[in-house]
Ligand binder design. Structure first.
Ligand code: MLT
Length: 277
């Protein structure tokens, strides 16, 4: 298992890609699936979203969701606040979503067998899904073949974590979740892989930077629960943007840790569509 963070500049097919846009696209997609939405299809443009809606059968017209400059898009059904996505609003419905950075990261991460969407709300569920996928892809069990033989890790078992950031720049809220995900995978694998010191190999520096950022957050900034995480998210680039746009309350939802078991998982490539697993 070789998680690598961060960024769409990483090329080459991988077994699992995990896309992160904590504030707020992947938190919203996860909240929608947890609220009973049947699927979330993502696309880059507003016109593309409208065309996807127009081309649907009359009995399953999708709801349009997303934002531009943090604000709801004119004529769309929902904006990009997790609290909008209730069972009454989205249960049993298909959604089409377009956002500024999150849906672009999904597009950039396309070259993978399995794509998962992660947020703090499904942190442990995503870690479990990563471990299950990597184990399933390695005939004798994911843990030994790469570590016993000391071979360089094969890309077939590799996990890539793609952080959306903002307009091409890295933002720490996404890097913090990447680090938390690496830490949880590491802890879970350490519990079972007693023979190895390091069950996870970080294949580049961005993975260790993310892990160090999360560890610093826990030990130095005392981020120990959703409340302290919410305060910490408010200090990040994405958090400052949301506060400036009047969406400070969303920080609390986006900082809720492990409240959902659902992981949005891609079940169709073009356009990318996610269902719960
Ligand atoms: C994005 O995709 O850029 C974000 O979801 C932005 C936002 O939440 O406003």
């Amino acid at each position: 298992l070789s998680p690598t963070a961060v960024g769409p500049h990483e090329r080459g097919r991988v077994r699992v890609a995990v896309v992160i846009d904590v504030l707020r696209a992947t938190t919203v997609a996860t909240t929608a699936i947890a609220a009973g939405a049947r699927s979330v299809t993502t696309c880059l443009g507003i016109d593309e979203a409208r065309a996807l809606q127009r081309d649907c059968q009359p009995d399953c017209v999708p709801l349009l969701c997303g934002e531009r400059e943090c604000k709801p898009i004119e004529g769309f059904d929902f904006g990009n606040s997790p609290s909008e996505y209730s069972p009454a609003g989205v249960g049993e419905r298909d959604l089409v979503m377009t956002t500024t950075n999150g849906t672009r990261a999904i597009d950039a991460a396309a070259d993978c067998d399995v794509m998962l969407l992660a947020c703090f709300a499904n942190l442990t569920a995503v870690a479990d899904a990563i471990i299950a996928e990597v184990s399933a892809s390695t005939p004798s069990g994911a843990l030994d073949s790469e570590f016993v033989s000391c071979q360089p890790p094969s890309t077939s078992g590799r996990v890539r974590i793609v952080c959306a950031g903002t307009n091409g720049a890295v933002t720490s809220e996404d890097v913090l979740l990447a680090g938390a995900l690496i830490a949880v995978c590491h802890r879970k694998l350490s519990d079972t892989a007693r023979f190895y010191d390091g069950p996870i190999e970080l294949v580049n520096d961005s993975g260790s930077i993310a892990l160090a950022a999360w560890q610093h957050c826990v030990t130095h900034d005392k981020v120990v629960d959703s409340e302290s995480l919410s305060r910490r998210l408010g200090m990040t680039g994405g958090g400052q943007n949301l506060i400036a746009a009047g969406y400070e309350n969303d920080l609390v939802d986006c900082a809720s840790i492990d409240v959902f078991d659902q992981v949005p998982c891609r079940d169709q490539l073009h356009p990318p569509r996610f269902i719960g697993r």
